[in-house]
Design a protein around this ligand. Structure first.
Ligand code: BJW
Ligand code: ZN
Length: 250
């Protein structure tokens, strides 16, 4: 069942009238590009136990295992492209005041042309040293697929030779204070928020729609099924993000 024309028309008007729009995205945003989500059918957590891979503890216990998993995911990302939903968001930012806050680490929003957006959980292409502030951006390798497998050596810091880790936020780790604060401010100051492709299970990111709603924003969910956030939203469109966002934002 497609979202009714009337709802789409209403949302197009709301976008045009809004002084400030926030788009908050999760893994479902990239599902149509072929990137697996975390939870649910075909989700990453079905084959891997989060606590074995997505914690600092797990990394310190077995960095080769964790790096192997991240390198595999990077290799998969080299095969995919942003979808029409990513592109619609990037284009809309040229017309309306729009803050994009994503939980995704895949970099696809940037690939679609979005700039200055908030990466709440980091970026899979960036690495950071365990001992010093050095970071390294590996995304320049996007198009030159390098052979990366579990047997590859562990990346070491160019400055202090300590182990590098993926620059993503693992369970139990604090989000970058400036990034989450900026997202909170945008949520509290917007009049329209789109909550796209997230299960709403992971805090503190999942509180953004709640804050926005409490501050008086109109909150619109785009997902293929009901979530923990559905009841917090003014309206939910149960359709794939890549199909519905272009209709609303074009
Ligand atoms: C479509 C679609 C289509 C499909 N179109 N839609 C108990 C209560 C509350 C909190 C906690 C608690 N116990 C522990 C916590 C804290 C914990 C947490 O929230 N845990 C919950 C799981 C219970 N949070 C943390 O630990 C965070 N840090 C923290 O709290 O720090 C406190 C602290 C303060 C000070 C000092 C120290 C600490 C950190 C959270 C980090 C999350 N990291 C990950 C991994 C990133 C790296 C990596 O990728 O390897 O981030 S976990 C994973 O989940 C990833 C995602 O960004 C995040 C959210 O997932 P998302 O995006 O919602 O994906 P899915 O798969 O869940 O959902 C996809 C959705 O798409 C579904 O709804 C589909 O239906 C939909 N969909 N196709 C539209 N085509
Ligand atoms: Zn270092």
């Amino acid at each position: 069942m497609g979202a009714t024309e009337a709802v789409i028309t209403d949302l197009r008007r709301r976008v045009a009238d809004a002084a400030s729009v926030v788009v908050f995205t999760g893994a479902g945003m990239s599902a149509e590009s072929g990137v697996p989500t975390y939870r649910g059918q075909g989700g990453l957590w079905k084959n891997f136990r989060a606590q074995d891979l997505a914690t600092l503890d797990a990394f310190q216990r077995n960095p080769a295992l964790v790096w192997g998993w991240y390198r595999e995911r990077r290799n998969r990302l080299l095969e995919v492209e942003p979808n029409d939903g990513h592109r619609a968001i990037a284009l809309a930012a040229g017309r309306v005041h729009l803050t994009l806050a994503t939980q995704n680490v895949d970099g696809l929003h940037a690939f679609a042309g979005s700039v200055n957006f908030l990466e709440l959980h980091g970026n899979i292409w960036r690495e950071q040293c365990l001992s010093c502030p050095t970071t390294d951006d590996r995304s320049r390798h996007w198009l030159e697929k390098v052979t990366q497998g579990e047997a590859d050596p562990l990346p070491l810091c160019p400055d202090c030779a300590s182990l590098m880790r993926p620059s993503v936020v693992w369970f139990g780790e604090a989000l970058d204070g400036r990034v989450i604060e900026a997202a909170f401010r945008a949520a509290e100051g917007c009049d329209l928020m789109f909550v796209v492709g997230t299960s709403g299970e992971v805090q503190p990111a999942a509180s953004l729609p709640v804050l926005a709603r409490r501050a008086g924003a109109y909150v619109v969910e785009v997902n293929i099924e009901p979530t923990l956030l559905t009841e917090r939203c003014n309206v939910s469109l149960f359709e794939p993000a890549g199909r519905v966002l272009p209709k609303i934002l074009a």
